[in-house]
Design a protein around this ligand. Sequence first.
Ligand SMILES: [Zn+2]
Length: 502
Amino acid sequence: MHIFLAALAHETNSFSPIPTTMRAFEEGILYRPGGGDGALAQARDFPGYGFLLDVARAHGDDVTFGLCAWAQPGGPVARATWEALRDELLEQLRAAGPVDAVVLVLHGAMIAHGYPDCEGDLLNRVRALVGPAVPVGALLDLHGNLTPAMTASGAVLVACKEYPHTDYLARTRELHAILARMARGECRPAVLVRTLPMLGLFGTGDAPMRALLDLVRACEAQAGILSISLMHGFPWSDTAATGAAVMVVHDTGAAHAARAGRIAAQLAQSFFALRSLGARAMLSVDDAVAAGLADATGLCVLADGADNPGGGAACDSTFVLRVLIERDARDVALGMIWDPLAVQLAMDAGVGAELALRIGGKVGVASGQPVDVRATVTAVRRDARQHGLAGRYTEALGDAVAVRAGGIDIVLNTRRQQVFSPECFTQLGIDLAAKRLVVVKSTRHFRAWFDAIAGTTLFCDAPGALNSDLASLPYAHLRRPMWPLDAIGEAEALGLAEHGHA
Ligand SMILES: [Zn+2]
């Protein structure tokens, strides 16, 4: 096949204080064809793009490279940035000439100023360009919010199934296989979406969600069913389409469509029945720190998910650090706090220096107040990196320093990035085996690497752009009723809208 491949992805947090502009994409991933091998190598590090390239090449496809653009989650994308990147991608597709398939790596929860549904906007412009017959497929994050415009584009949509998102390679193969069958005329997929009025975060490592995914796989094995995605939705993206959904990609034909409808209804019921998992009660910062310091199971990992930059938070909040200092905590590590100014001061002071350092609390009220400490610089590192979810040592952390204040080792860095792997600490000489507690700014993705070394894992809820008290968020566009903001029964929830394309 002659495939056009491009990626344009952002998880937009409507409540984030961080503007998303072209600079955010330049600091994230911004590969432009013709930019040289080094730029392509960077694009390959973006899981969906790199995996699709590998899978396509393994099948002997001829790949025309389009844009690969990704920015760390933040607030809505600037209008001019969205329009520029979108139009650049469309121009590349136009220049590619006739193609057998278009494959896009998107997110599903991208908002720009003036564009509440970026993916729907892009997919329909792509469709208008290639016409109705060319297969178009898109890889999504399960935190995407599916819209009627997205499905109306006629694209085949496949989302990751796992949270942490460890299955992009498998989903890439799945999407490629469907598109290849379409190109050979072996199937004509339709997409059926059943929306669910619920918000939450649903880790798939826990037993009830694993059982639901087993059921999904059993349903995928039925005749005419090509792919099923459980969309969890992204609660901090404030749109009319925000929320969970079940999406079934099936072959056309009355029997297949009827089967897809039954499966979507069954899975919607099963998913909605697990809604309370998505709003698990979290510990207060005080209680979480107390529990973490008292824990005797080995290393306790405490997730400060509210300040996770991987969901658009500032990553410089000090709520947990302040409580640790007040308790004079010992044998504790905390990372990473995004504070380029403090990093510069510590780097200038150098390893071994002791200095008065003001840490964090700079972006806004949800970051808390800065914390002033007497710090000893224990390590500095230019271009620090960590392994990401795709297993590659590619996640750039910028410059990083480790400072010790009392019994707390604190990692500060210059690039907003969540903690994926223990390397955020170990490459700065912090031995986690000697710690009783490590605090990570991540919601759940850290578990892919940390579960192996954690005796206990705790979750606390601090202020922040990813605060889990959804009822406190100033939603303006969210459709209602919506669980857990509203009491909503199963009958009402399951009677809600379907959309899709045949
Ligand atoms: Zn996600």
